[in-house]
Design a protein around this ligand. Structure first.
Ligand code: CUA
Length: 164
């Protein structure tokens, strides 16, 4: 029966907090819906110590492949201190699936201004789906500290003018 008393100052802060939550949540929903930015959800285990011996991540099988549906699959290995192959080329405005596995320790792979950003955890295959809009050359950088050479761990991504 008694009304709850809330101090006016407290009330103002409640509104401020509510407003901030709405902004943060709105930003997340916007980027998820409009920019296709999601936490990577692929869960697939692999034996990192045997990557090089056979299969998808053996040296001869790395690189860019064109699929029957016109999309591209990029298969890479992250290892101290580089991403292999060290240069890749894909067309713009075309679906690209990146599959990457670590040969040794935890790495991250990030292409600035794109949704390509994932941790590369030893023992798992990381998969990212993306589509590059702008032709040009971009760095593909490691964003998880992996040792003394971490700062120099990068590859080059070339995006060519694709179909318009
Ligand atoms: Cu690889 Cu930092």
């Amino acid at each position: 029966m008694s009304m709850i008393h809330i101090d006016p100052l407290e009330k103002r802060w409640l509104w401020a907090i509510g407003g901030m939550l709405a902004i943060f949540w709105g930003v997340q929903i916007y980027y998820a819906a409009a920019e296709n930015m999601h936490p990577p959800s692929n869960v697939e285990v692999i034996d990192s110590a045997k990557l090089h011996l056979s299969g998808e991540f053996a040296e001869d099988n790395l690189g860019v492949k064109k699929e029957a549906d016109g999309s591209y699959t990029v298969t890479m290995v992250a290892a101290r201190y580089g991403f292999y192959p060290q240069e890749i080329e894909v067309p713009a405005k075309t679906p690209v699936k990146l599959r990457i596995a670590s040969f040794d320790v935890l790495h991250g792979v990030h292409v600035p201004f794109s949704n390509m950003n994932t941790m590369v955890v030893p023992g798992y295959v990381s998969e990212v789906h993306t589509e590059f809009q702008t032709p040009g050359s971009f760095p593909m950088i490691c964003n998880e500290y992996c040792g003394l050479g971490h700062d120099y761990m990068y590859s080059k991504l070339h995006v060519t003018a694709g179909k318009s």
